[in-house]
Design a binder for this molecule. Structure first.
Ligand code: PBG
Length: 325
């Protein structure tokens, strides 16, 4: 008689057995909710390409932050959309600018009960939509941008951010931000570095979410989607510059990168399940082509399995609710 040497199906017999044998579990504290706050808004404004996600008013943002605490989320990542933009992105460094004000409001509402993170980039604040300021030829000027990032970091820390998250992919951004924070006395404020951030088509809906003014693309500063080895180089540079957490972004089309980074990083690794990843699943689910909850849970589980210690996802609150059921 021939028989299999081992029968893995034995550990799949009952829900209890499968739960016991599961290798990967997602917890609410692994999840970070990205949120958008828009200046001069009287009520929350839905984002068409991200069904279920809104541009917040101050009041609705505070409710979302309190809800995040109640759900036990790991953190919240704030993005600001100013009423007025200029070439230098001045609203980003203004202590009363929309993002810095939102950080202050959220910190006042939830204190240290939730890790408050802020996007540190110029694209929401510039009238040309690039992540940095431009030189005379219209090229993003790395070092001139770093000077502004340093000021933004201090403004965000002063407003109460626990973590600042540089997402502009300027060379040297982590070092400059770390030094500026330390010089201003914010030695305890952490830097979450968007270390391996790719020039992705999946950012599409985000551009609507922040009313982006961008013409063209970000290929002169974000990574080429075909480059794998270079991601490790970017991570090593950010670690040497003092990054406390390193991120891979997007997530689902970059799980190999995530696994590579998780295998070598001595610090926690984050992954960002971005707007286009959200929109794809929502659109398929809305058409009845996919099981919505199953697809959401599986997509986030896969990101965790690949090596993410923490995951930014627009489903963070909903997922945490399901995990509690
Ligand atoms: C830059 C930034 C972007 C996202 C997060 N930070 C946009 C970009 O690089 O074009 C995208 C997030 C998403 O698509 O969900 N401030």
């Amino acid at each position: 008689m021939s028989f299999p040497q081992h029968r893995p199906r034995r550990l799949r017999t009952t829900p209890a057995m499968r739960r016991l044998a599961s290798e990967t579990k997602v917890a609410p504290s692994d999840l970070i909710l990205p949120v958008f706050i828009r200046e001069d808004l009287s009520e929350p404004k839905p984002i068409t390409s991200m069904p279920g996600v809104v541009q917040h008013t101050t009041a609705s943002l505070i409710l979302a932050a309190r809800d995040a605490v109640a759900l036990g989320l790991g953190g919240i990542m704030l993005f600001g959309i100013p009423a007025v933009r200029d070439a230098q992105g001045s609203a980003g460094t203004d202590p009363f600018g929309v993002l810095n004000k939102a950080i202050r409001d959220v910190r006042a509402a939830v204190g240290d009960e939730l890790v408050i993170m802020s996007d540190l980039c110029l694209d929401e604040f510039t009238d040309h939509g690039h992540c940095g300021v431009l030189d005379a030829n219209g090229v993003v000027d790395n070092d001139a941008t770093l000077e502004i990032y340093a000021k933004m970091a201090v403004a965000q820390a002063a407003a109460g951010a626990h973590v600042v998250a540089p997402s502009g992919m300027m060379d040297g951004q982590v070092a400059v931000i770390r030094e500026a924070l330390d010089d201003a006395g914010y030695t305890s404020v952490s830097v979450l570095a968007y270390a391996a951030k790719y020039a992705s088509a999946f950012y599409g809906p985000f551009r609507e979410a922040v009313d982006s003014q961008l013409q063209g693309d970000r290929r002169s500063y974000q990574m080429d989607p075909g480059n794998r080895r270079e991601a490790l180089h970017e991570v090593e540079l950010d670690l040497a510059e003092g990054a406390d957490i390193v991120m891979v972004k997007p997530a689902m089309s970059y799980l190999d990168i995530l696994a590579d980074v998780a295998a070598m990083s001595p610090v926690p690794v984050a992954a960002y399940q971005i707007s286009g990843e959200y929109a794809m699943i929502e659109a398929a689910a809305a058409n009845g082509w996919i099981n919505r909850r199953g697809a959401i849970e599986e997509s986030v589980l896969g990101i965790k399995r690949a090596g993410a210690d923490m995951i930014l996802t627009y489903w963070a609150a909903e997922l945490a609710g399901w995990l509690r059921d």
